[in-house]
Design a protein around this ligand. Structure first.
Ligand SMILES: Cc1cc2nc3c(=O)[nH]c(=O)nc-3n(C[C@H](O)[C@H](O)[C@H](O)COP(=O)(O)OP(=O)(O)OC[C@H]3O[C@@H](n4cnc5c(N)ncnc54)[C@H](O)[C@@H]3O)c2cc1C
Length: 354
């Protein structure tokens, strides 16, 4: 095990924020985790698990021991009448896994193509795009408890998936009402994830952008590879490439309100973009709310609101004077205040602030 000191993280986070890991260990196997937990100087240290850095905002040098996940491998582990079970190491690149599954004839992840980051982080916020969430294709995961060193396996129910949410985003601390929940935030390192990819595959269509592609191509029933190609084209046209403009994707979650709250807002804001959910609640488009408050294209310091999509905050500083985590959070707070004052809604950030 190599313990690295003062490791620059600018290229390890997609915002391109300049910060260092005071101490970093690369985790290529379960044995590396065991070595960390047996090391007297490291075992008791606070730990931060780092994947591709595409869903974090670094607000300074990271004092916690950074465990950079680099566990590789992908294979078909089993199959049953309904699904192929594919397993991947937590350090595998997510988009490369999606591509590999399709090339090997296991469809199901195509709508999630081109999401940056690693396989190991995908259950953390239950990644989702274009009508599919990770939980729809999830089988189970293996993880290591970073306090005891014990390995464990979780199924979907145990992961408690929600909208951009899972057990890995919560701590066991009691909430405001005094109820103590079960949470694994900061406590577990996911080592492997298994996916159940359906044999009776059906395309997930319905999103306006996908429908547009379908009409333009006059392909009535696209196959999984076709959807993958469309999703890649749509995402390239809509979202900034972090290699060119630093960002962490959607910065806020779309707020969910009751039908009554929605009706009340519609009276005041007839044009508000909203989607009915299966459970009767209504999801509001956070990007629309931010846009309506006039933030699109605006900046505070080197943190800006992307011109083509107000939900994405970007690094306007470039390589010379990159944005700081403080500037990103100042802009995020100013946006939250505007949206609250106009709509009475509290926007919740999606990335993890470190
Ligand atoms: C341009 C762009 C587009 C995006 N589009 C989408 C989208 O469409 N849908 C979507 O859901 N997200 C999207 N994202 C967000 C991001 O890509 C995902 O959240 C991704 O899963 C983060 O992976 P990562 O490896 O970069 O995680 P990191 O940013 O490194 O970490 C994120 C969190 O996960 C934890 N973590 C990471 N790996 C592990 C592990 N192995 N075990 C335990 N905890 C771990 C970290 O501690 C941290 O709390 C986008 C981001 C960008 C930059």
């Amino acid at each position: 095990m190599l313990v690295e000191k003062n490791v620059p993280l600018q290229t390890s986070n997609t915002f391109g924020i300049v910060a260092k890991a005071l101490t970093l260990v690369r985790v290529g196997s379960q044995a590396d985790i065991a070595a960390v937990l047996q090391n007297p100087a490291l075992r008791a240290a606070a730990k931060f698990v780092l994947g591709g850095g595409s869903n974090i905002v670094l607000t300074g040098d990271v004092k916690a021991l950074v465990l950079k996940v680099e566990i590789t491998g992908r294979r078909l582990v089993s199959e049953n009448a309904k699904a192929w079970i594919v397993e991947a190491g937590a350090g595998e690149n997510w988009h490369d896994l999606v591509t590999w599954t399709l090339q090997n004839g296991y469809p199901g992840l195509e709508n999630l193509a081109l999401i940056p980051g690693t396989v190991g982080a995908s259950p953390v916020q239950n990644i989702g795009a274009y009508g599919v969430e990770l939980q729809d294709r999830f089988d189970s995961l293996d993880a290591v408890d970073l306090t005891t060193g014990r390995s464990f396996t979780l199924n979907a129910a145990q992961c408690a998936f929600g909208y951009r949410d899972s057990v890995f985003k919560h701590t066991s601390k009691p909430d405001a009402a005094g109820h103590s929940g079960f949470g694994l935030a900061g406590k577990a390192l996911i080592t492997k994830v298994r996916f159940a990819l359906p044999k009776a595959w059906k395309p997930v269509l319905g999103y306006a952008d996908i429908e547009k592609k379908r009409l333009q191509s006059s392909i009535d029933v696209p196959d999984a590879l076709q959807i993958y190609e469309w999703i890649c084209e749509i995402r390239k046209a809509k979202l900034p490439d972090p290699k060119l403009i630093g960002n962490a994707g959607s910065f806020f979650k779309n707020p969910t309100v009751s039908p009554e709250q929605c009706a009340d807002i519609i009276q005041r804001e007839p044009k508000i973009v909203h989607y009915q959910l299966a459970d009767g609640s209504v999801k509001l488009a956070a990007g629309w709310l931010i846009d309506a408050c006039g933030w699109r294209g605006k900046s505070i310091g080197n943190a800006g609101v992307y011109e083509k999509q107000a939900l994405v905050l970007v690094n306007r500083g470039g390589a010379g004077h990159p944005v700081t985590g403080g500037e990103v959070m100042t802009l995020a707070k100013a946006i939250q205040t505007s949206v609250y004052e106009r709509f009475g809604l509290r926007l919740e950030p999606e990335p993890v602030v470190v």
